[in-house]
Design a protein around this ligand. Structure first.
Ligand SMILES: Nc1ncnc2c1ncn2[C@@H]1O[C@H](COP(=O)(O)OP(=O)(O)O)[C@@H](O)[C@H]1O
Ligand SMILES: [Mg+2]
Length: 221
């Protein structure tokens, strides 16, 4: 299906209770076109990433991922599609604290129903500069190292789309640049399209804005 856009959203609306928390008339993600989902805190960026990943089904609208209608394929179908095609670097990383760095990657492969691939895991850890940390627990790493584990884990199932949620918000300029360098470099090495959700306007110097969300209060006005 090489001609499919990676993802296409049309007239997507989502609510929390009676409150409208996400509104997107159109978003198209094309293979190889990295970019930003920009918007202030509370504008629905994380909600949209979760919808793209099939972690939630929006109340209204159409959402295609590699030509598959995320609304109609059910939870199992969404889980399968996510396992095969989407890597996520969550804002809170969500590493498994009880197991080593390498086991975090091994578990991600098992959860996706994929066989072990020690070579791929060690290659990825080497690529993000953690070859000598494979046996270390996440708690014994620096925050920057933990983030690199999360990036490696997001790539371990060879996704088509890499989603990163606020990867730079707490960082100074030098570290902000380093994180975007890492994400872009790793996305290109893996042939993955990168979408970064952020309120960090510094990133507009590094990546095109694919969609800008407004605060709900601004939408209502
Ligand atoms: N499960 C939920 N229940 C209630 N409110 C939610 C829920 N998820 C998100 N929200 C609210 O929806 C709005 C958008 O949230 P979010 O997608 O996290 O925005 P962003 O990532 O841009 O900061 C926020 O006001 C948030 O508090
Ligand atoms: Mg968010």
């Amino acid at each position: 299906m090489p001609d499919h856009d990676l993802a296409e959203l049309t007239d997507v609306v989502h609510h929390a209770g009676s409150r409208r928390i996400l509104e997107v008339s159109k978003l198209t993600l094309a293979r190889g076109r990295h970019g930003l989902l920009l918007g202030p805190s509370g504008s629905g960026k994380t909600t949209l990433l979760h919808a793209l990943a099939g972690l939630l089904v929006p109340d209204q609208g159409s959402l295609l991922l590699l030509g598959n209608d995320l609304r109609s394929i059910g939870d199992v179908g969404r889980d399968r599609l996510r396992a095969d095609h989407v890597g996520i670097v969550f804002q809170q990383l969500h590493l498994i604290a009880a197991v080593s760095v390498a086991d975090n990657l091994r578990l991600a492969r098992r959860l996706a129903g994929k066989g072990p691939d020690e070579q791929a895991i060690m290659d990825l850890l080497a690529r993000v500069g953690l070859a000598d940390r494979a046996g270390t627990l996440p708690a014994d790493l620096s925050q920057g190292e933990r983030q690199r584990v999360a990036v490696a884990r997001a790539l371990v199932n060879q996704p088509s789309l890499l989603l990163a949620d606020e990867p730079t918000s707490a960082l100074d300029d030098a570290n902000c640049d380093a994180v975007i360098d890492l994400l872009l470099e790793q996305a290109d090495l893996s042939g993955v399209t990168l979408l970064v959700a952020t309120h960090d306007r510094r990133l507009t110097a590094r990546l095109p804005v694919l969609l800008e969300l407004a605060r709900p209060v601004e939408r209502a006005a």
